[in-house]
Design a protein around this ligand. Structure first.
Ligand SMILES: *Cc1c(COP(=O)(O)O)cnc(C)c1O
Length: 354
């Protein structure tokens, strides 16, 4: 028997599991001739809200748009400061920059790689208007202390949930802890479209309605424009495919958890550091990361055994050329930089064999 090659992701394999249903859904949309913001989007919004245990969901064009719209409807704009984990994917920073606000990076906890609430409070100034926690690699950020800080200082909370579909924090799904929760359905996320898609979830009907208006040029009524909105609409085709895939998300996440449990003792015995999982936190296992000072050697060793691995991420946002104006020299965020220098993601996806 030949062993199939190990891949980092296997989107074709996931498609094969649901081929008949996916083709049926796509055919239904194509035949109907309603392609943007219609009944499939509306149905997906209800189903996604239910999955997230959140009262409202609104579909948008992609994850970055979800973050931008989330900040905008919270009233954040030019001249405002937004606290963001220094250790994140660039899109979190870009969302803040795109609305003319300034990202204020704060170090993560070394163990969880997520925003350190103790350091957040110290970074607050009179210009600070919002916190943007990221649930990185699938693990929720420590929301209770972050929400308490936000309440104390009158700050909005916009969560970047692009990597944590299905994660739980003290029993409750990520989806409505903060004011707005931003989701991406980029193909490689735990729930991925066959192209671009995103959504916000929230417990606030006013914010949900505001995103609905802003995603469609700022119009509630056709040709009547109330605010300077965007074109951030979700396609019917993507929504129809996401509805099919959503039915498998729990199964796929459970398989990710099973595979992670198989890795744990091995990487532990090898002395590799893992992302800590605090009591009461449930990760969505988006990425299985390990940390080692000998990353290049480990990566080469794995490659020699035909095991692909990826660095998430090689350059922290504050050291990217795009953010040279923030003037953060190397060493400004040592924990973040240490994580970026030592982290490595091993293959973990639902069709991976034992
Ligand atoms: C994927 C991702 C985004 C952006 O989502 P897109 O749909 O690609 O725009 C934002 N933040 C994080 C942490 C992500 O992983």
């Amino acid at each position: 028997m030949t062993v199939p090659p190990i891949t980092f992701a296997d989107l074709g394999g996931l498609h094969a599991q649901q081929e008949v249903e996916l083709v049926e859904a796509a055919t239904r949309v194509l035949a109907k001739g309603h392609y943007v913001l219609g009944p499939e989007v509306e149905a997906f919004e209800h189903e996604w809200a239910a999955f997230c245990e959140a009262p409202y969901a609104v579909g948008v064009a992609n994850g970055l748009e979800a973050l931008v719209l989330g900040l905008q409807v919270c009233g954040i704009g030019a001249g405002d400061d937004v606290i963001v984990p220094a250790n994140t994917y660039i899109a979190t920073f870009l969302a803040i920059s795109q609305i003319g606000a300034r990202p204020i990076p704060v170090e993560p906890l070394e163990g969880t790689c997520n925003l350190d609430p103790a350091l957040v409070e110290r970074a607050i100034t009179p210009r600070t208007r919002a916190l943007m926690p990221v649930h990185l690699y699938g693990l929720p950020a420590d929301m209770d202390p972050l929400l308490a800080i936000a309440r104390r200082h009158g700050l909005k909370v916009v969560e970047d949930a692009a990597q944590c579909h299905g994660a739980r924090y003290h029993g409750r799904r990520i989806g409505s802890h903060g004011d707005i929760v931003a989701w991406s359905f980029y193909p490689t996320k735990n729930l991925g479209a066959a192209g671009e898609a995103g959504a916000i979830t929230t417990a606030d009907p006013t914010l949900a309605e505001a995103v609905r208006v802003r995603r469609n040029y700022g119009s509630k009524q056709r040709y009547v424009c109330e605010v300077t909105g965007r074109n951030s609409r979700l396609d019917e085709l993507q929504a129809a495919l996401l509805r099919v895939k959503l039915r498998r998300l729990e199964t796929w996440n459970a398989r990710r958890a099973e595979l992670a449990a198989r890795y744990e003792p091995v990487v532990g015995a090898a002395g590799l550091r893992r992302q800590e999982l605090p009591a009461g936190f449930q990760t969505a296992h988006h990425l299985f990361t390990v940390r080692t000072a000998h990353r290049a050697h480990l990566q080469a060793h794995l490659l020699a055994a035909a095991v692909p691995s990826i660095v998430h991420y090689p350059i922290p946002p504050h050291l990217q050329g795009a953010y040279r104006d923030l003037r953060f020299p190397v060493g400004s965020f040592p924990i973040t930089e240490r994580i970026h220098d030592t982290i490595l993601s091993l293959p973990l996806h639902p069709t991976l064999s034992d």
